[in-house]
Design a protein around this ligand. Structure first.
Ligand SMILES: Nc1ncnc2c1ncn2[C@@H]1O[C@H](COP(=O)(O)OP(=O)(O)OP(=O)(O)O)[C@@H](O)[C@H]1O
Ligand SMILES: [Mg+2]
Ligand SMILES: [Zn+2]
Length: 367
């Protein structure tokens, strides 16, 4: 594998961009109607398609079929065949400039941008500047950027991307068309991982793919990177391989322990904790996972509508398990349990005997 999977499978048109339907619709319409804005802010969690979408905007703005092919007016998608589309995909386009604000934080970079943006594009219709991690710019750099945003030349498109929009001054954000990127649902991630595995002829068990997807917490890039890493092992990848690689406790273990506790089986619960401890897993992580698990179980009891939200974050199997446990919740008893697990968590983090606070919390609630 010469090319990282997540780069090889970067969407080449809006249609392939998963989980960001509203954003994609607005941008396609803007392209079709020739109403692309001069300044965008793409914000949201890592690995959800911000940089990808910024490059797609650069392509639809400059695609050579924009003026010649009726299809463009219908779809608002890049053709992916013309010289401009190909150059942008290959990262060779002189008029598409990507600035990583994390490593170019200062006023000089933004001054260069201010000057560069005035020059007309060399062969394209639009000069596109993509400023990634824009929240990292220094305080002095923001006013210079603001000047550019206040009066961008007609041939310029500025796309700012960030995972931390609250760190970008409102004077900047208010001058941009803003799009909030969302975490991808577990099912969407699984589906893409399946497609890639089939195409690459990876040998992956179905529940291994589910685990990879769940561990990515909504970031498709993280999922694809992990998939690539596991595929390189060159053996059939099982759920167990994934758990070992990620070093995670895993949903199945957490659910088993939660079952022992919720159904009042004290000896089994304690034995299970020491088994996990002996297996070399971190019990602080175990308790954190347990707290997250029980939090879902308890809150589902009080608000069944949460199921719709959990559905995005969990696989079908995991959700069924949570629902089963939610049915046996006794609110007073289990809220007290949750509280003492949380107390144990802060004690465990600094204790040389990390298991003990967890065991005590379990005993106190089940005795
Ligand atoms: N919405 C999506 N649809 C399809 N693939 C995606 C999506 N989001 C991310 N990917 C995959 O993850 C890779 C990285 O995505 P991208 O660089 O666009 O993420 P990002 O939001 O810019 O992340 P970061 O905040 O870390 O910069 C893409 O090349 C693609 O393979
Ligand atoms: Mg990015
Ligand atoms: Zn094109």
């Amino acid at each position: 594998m010469s090319l990282a999977l997540y780069r090889k499978y970067r969407p080449k048109n809006f249609e392939e961009c998963l989980g960001q339907q509203e954003i994609v619709d607005v941008l396609k319409n803007a392209a079709r109607q020739n109403k692309i804005s001069h300044a965008y802010l793409f914000y949201g969690p890592r690995g959800t398609g911000k940089t990808t979408t910024a490059r797609l905007v650069a392509k639809v703005a400059n695609c050579q079929t924009r003026k010649t092919d009726k299809k463009f007016g219908l779809l608002g998608e890049p053709c992916n065949h013309c010289a401009h589309c190909e150059e942008i995909d290959a990262g060779r386009a002189l008029d598409v400039v990507e600035i990583d604000a994390a490593s170019n934080r200062g006023i000089d970079e933004i001054r260069n941008l201010k000057e560069g943006i005035r020059l007309v594009p060399s062969s394209y219709d639009y000069k596109v500047f993509i400023i990634d991690e824009v929240h990292m710019l220094t305080r002095e750099a923001f006013p210079a950027l603001l000047k550019t945003l206040e009066e961008p030349p007609a041939h310029a498109i500025l796309i700012l991307a960030t995972t931390e929009s609250e760190k970008v001054p409102p004077t900047i954000t208010s001058r941009c068309q803003r799009f909030h990127f969302h975490k991808l649902a577990v099912d969407q991630i699984i589906e893409k991982l399946r497609k890639i595995s089939a195409e690459e002829k990876f040998k992956m068990d179905d529940d291994a793919l589910e685990l990879i997807a769940a561990s990515a917490e909504g970031s498709l890039r993280d999922a694809e990177s992990l998939l690539g890493q596991l595929a390189a092992l060159d053996a059939r990848v099982t759920a167990e391989t994934v758990e070992k690689t990620v070093g995670q406790i895993g949903y199945a273990r957490t659910a088993t322990l939660a079952g022992h506790i919720l159904e009042g089986r004290l000896p089994e619960a304690l034995e299970y904790v020491s088994k996990i401890n002996d297996g070399g897993y971190n019990v602080v992580d175990l308790n954190r996972e347990l707290i997250h698990y029980l939090r879902r179980v308890v809150s589902l009891k009080f608000d069944p509508r949460l199921e719709a939200i959990f559905k995005r974050e969990l696989t079908g199997r995991e959700l069924e398990q949570i629902k089963k446990h939610s049915a046996i919740i006794q609110p007073d008893k289990h809220l007290a349990l949750l509280k003492s697990l949380i107390r144990a968590y802060s004690e465990m983090r600094y204790s040389p005997f990390a298991t003990i606070p967890l065991e005590i919390a379990i005993i106190e609630n089940l005795k």
